[in-house]
Design a protein around this ligand. Structure first.
Ligand code: PLP
Length: 421
């Protein structure tokens, strides 16, 4: 209560804006994940690895736009590309451009894709990957995993959409990290399944990491029944030069991408096996049309390409994720013997306060959070100048000083001592 009270007193401008926002937005909100009780903080601007609130507070940004903000708020190369694209190329041209060609080529190289198509978001990438798989196989059902999140209308976790989804009979939900369950669900519906759709780490878990053996077994089962194996790398593509699939040794039929790969501009993509992507070739009779006004928007294509070719190169990706691993290990060290649990891979992390004190998360059912501690932690981190999500997910921004990450570890340590958790 005291922490909530302090939060309210420190953020009166946000409170006022929130009240105004509720007059036109339901609950003052247009992205569910950004709502936080008692009311959300309104941000005013960002620079580098920091964000500045309407209440005049400065935060080190560990939300990083839910991993899409890999480059931070003013990476010079991204900024100058955006500026020159605006002034020299213009906004969408209503035509095919070299910009999409060059970004497509680089994505194919980096992620080992035969062909790729662009969308406006990760959600749309999922949608079209599924539609393509249905067209390719002539089947309808999709196997997904409890706790999975594949976009605004494709999530199978708390408040999930399976129940309300337009084609709810088409989902078969298996247990994550459970090879037997996955195999039996996939193989017992062998002739009906168009695709198996899985994340290598359930990012919205937050950060329930998939075992390599589990992911390889899921891929093998999908292959065995002739279903399309779709690997969702919308969040995890930043974890290695060629995405998490490179680390695990997977060869997905179709990979979905999004977030940072648009350089901070709205972005999504799906691609993979050339024969499967062939259904989208407009020269092929009886294929699938796939439109989207902003699919090849000039800003996203240019900024995405600039980032991938010149900023987040393979070497940088490797180093950055080493920094993330080091950071997670330091947090795990201070969490020993406490109620805090830290999960994640590389530069994406989840901080949990589990009622049963378990130190590892393997499935959705393992995640029973102490909601009070989760909120208290969020409130206190904000007071110490760290911007994190209320659900406890963190991602790193390229160029955040390591000293700031160390300060976060110290602040967490202080929190653990103060509340004797
Ligand atoms: N897939 C995964 C694994 C995600 O984490 C997300 C977004 O968080 C999506 C898909 C959807 O992407 P978008 O928010 O761009 O629609």
């Amino acid at each position: 209560e005291a922490a909530r009270q302090r939060f309210t007193e420190r953020n009166l401008a946000s409170l006022k804006l929130h009240n105004e926002a509720t007059e036109s937005l339901p609950g003052g909100n247009t992205r569910s994940v950004l709502y936080s009780a008692p009311f959300p903080v309104f941000m005013n601007s960002g620079k580098g690895y920091q964000v500045f609130s309407e209440d005049g507070h400065i935060y080190t940004d560990l939300v990083a736009e839910l991993t899409a903000g890999l480059y931070g708020h003013s990476q010079p190369h991204i900024l100058s590309t955006l500026q020159s694209t605006l002034t020299e190329t213009g906004l969408n041209l209503g035509a095919t451009t070299k910009l999409e060609m060059q970004h497509a080529r680089l994505l194919c190289e980096r992620f080992g894709l035969g062909r790729v198509r662009f969308t406006n978001s990760g959600t749309e990438a999922t949608l079209h990957a599924i539609m393509g798989a249905r067209k390719y196989t002539g089947r309808r059902k999709i196997v997904v995993f409890g706790g999975g999140y594949h976009g605004a209308c494709f999530f199978f976790c708390e408040g999930g959409s399976a129940e309300n989804n337009v084609d709810r009979e088409d989902w078969i939900i298996a247990r994550y990290n459970d090879i037997e369950d996955a195999k039996s669900k996939i193989e017992s519906h062998a002739t009906e399944i168009a695709a198996v759709l899985v994340e290598g780490m359930q990012g919205s878990g937050p950060c329930i990491v998939g075992d390599h053996e589990f992911l390889l077994a899921v891929q093998e089962s999908a292959r065995k029944i002739g279903a399309v194996f779709i690997f969702d790398e919308v969040m995890t593509s930043r974890l290695a030069p060629g995405g998490l699939q490179e680390i695990v040794g997977l060869k997905p039929d179709i990979t979905t991408l999004g977030k940072w790969l648009g350089g901070g501009i709205t972005f999504g993509a799906f691609g993979g096996r050339e024969d499967m992507m062939q259904v989208y070739d407009p020269r092929v009779q009886g294929g699938l049309a796939h439109s989207g006004t902003f699919n090849n928007n000039t800003l996203g294509m240019a900024a995405g390409h600039a980032g991938l070719s010149q900023v987040y190169t393979a070497d940088v990706a490797v180093e950055f994720n080493k920094t993330g691993d080091k950071f997670r290990k330091k947090l795990q060290e201070v969490s020993k013997g406490t109620k805090m649990t830290v999960t994640g891979l590389g530069t994406i992390l989840g901080i949990h306060w589990l009622v049963d004190g378990r130190k590892e998360l393997r499935t959705l059912e393992d995640r029973r959070e102490d909601k009070g501690l989760l909120e208290l932690f969020w409130l206190e981190m904000l007071e110490d100048g760290f911007w994190i999500t209320q659900r406890g997910s963190l991602a790193l921004i390229l160029g955040t000083p390591e000293g700031e990450l160390d300060r976060f570890v110290e602040v967490v340590k202080k929190f653990l001592e103060k509340y004797k958790t």
